[in-house]
Design a protein around this ligand. Structure first.
Ligand SMILES: Nc1ncnc2c1ncn2[C@@H]1O[C@H](COP(=O)(O)OP(=O)(O)OP(=O)(O)O)[C@@H](O)[C@H]1O
Ligand SMILES: [Mg+2]
Length: 240
């Protein structure tokens, strides 16, 4: 399995307590996790076990109460608000439960949005967004308004939007949850292809056993404790 020395994204001892005093909830015990390019890391576990908390810390949208996150070997802690916003925008692509597309904009406009924030010209934005939509097999729907697309199509537009930013890491929370079997499979195949052919690191939080088919590594989370399964266990679960 490819494991280049430098992790695309790394959490060292990252943990999270929500609230304080009597109301404090320990959502995640201090955990080490590293994510490498070209691999698909799957995170599974029961509802409320801490999966979204873990992936949100890695995605720089939630600040850990313990530990630190490194993006391509560089510490995030201490970065200015501007620097953090830029890292979030350019380095990590988030594909979360709610698609977060702008319903009234076309697929192309949704995908081009991060590029507008980055100051690209209209011509470059259109070309880059089109290429990303081609990659997720949405090239024939560039002009369609987001609200008129199916759930799976919207999910693929969200993947394309994460891609245009050229993020090294794609973090997906339940990418197949609202999709039918076939569309779910297409989205998973797309994510696997992006890892293998485009050198991205892909992290997928899921309840869906079918995702194991494309998993290189599996982390199980239970009561806020994350443990990585041995490769042999993953292989036997995959064929089960
Ligand atoms: N903003 C918050 N404030 C307080 N507690 C929270 C917050 N977010 C999550 N929690 C708590 O932290 C724990 C872990 O939540 P998390 O959302 O990470 O679980 P999950 O594994 O993603 O669950 P699911 O599979 O249902 O999405 C839960 O007990 C939850 O109630
Ligand atoms: Mg969750």
């Amino acid at each position: 399995m490819p494991s280049p020395a430098l992790a695309a994204l790394e959490g060292r001892g990252i943990g999270k307590v929500f609230g304080s005093g009597d109301l404090a909830v320990r959502a995640l015990h201090p955990t080490d996790v590293a994510v490498y390019r070209r691999e698909v890391l799957v995170i599974m576990g029961p509802s409320g076990s801490g999966k979204t908390t873990l992936i949100s810390i890695l995605g720089l949208v939630l600040t850990p109460t313990e530990g630190e996150v490194l993006v391509e070997g560089k510490r995030v802690a201490g970065a200015s608000a501007d620097a953090l916003a830029q890292l979030r925008r350019d380095r990590v692509g988030l594909i979360f439960q709610q698609f977060n597309l702008l319903a009234g904009l076309s697929a192309l406009e949704n995908v081009a949005l991060p590029l507008l924030l980055r100051g690209e010209s209209a011509k470059d934005r259109a070309a880059h967004a089109r290429r990303a939509l081609d990659l997720v097999a949405m090239g024939d729907k560039v002009g369609a308004k987001a609200r008129l697309l199916s759930g799976g199509q919207q999910q693929r537009v969200a993947i394309a939007r994460a891609l245009v930013a050229d993020a090294a890491v794609l973090l997906c929370d339940e990418p197949t949850a609202s999709l039918d079997g076939r569309t779910g499979r297409d989205v998973l195949d797309t994510l696997a292809r992006l890892a293998r052919e485009q050198d991205r690191a892909v992290v997928i939080v899921t309840h869906d056993d079918r995702v194991l088919r494309i998993a290189d590594r599996l982390i199980h989370v239970e009561d806020g404790r994350a443990t990585e399964e041995a490769p042999s266990d993953l292989r036997s679960r995959r064929t089960a």
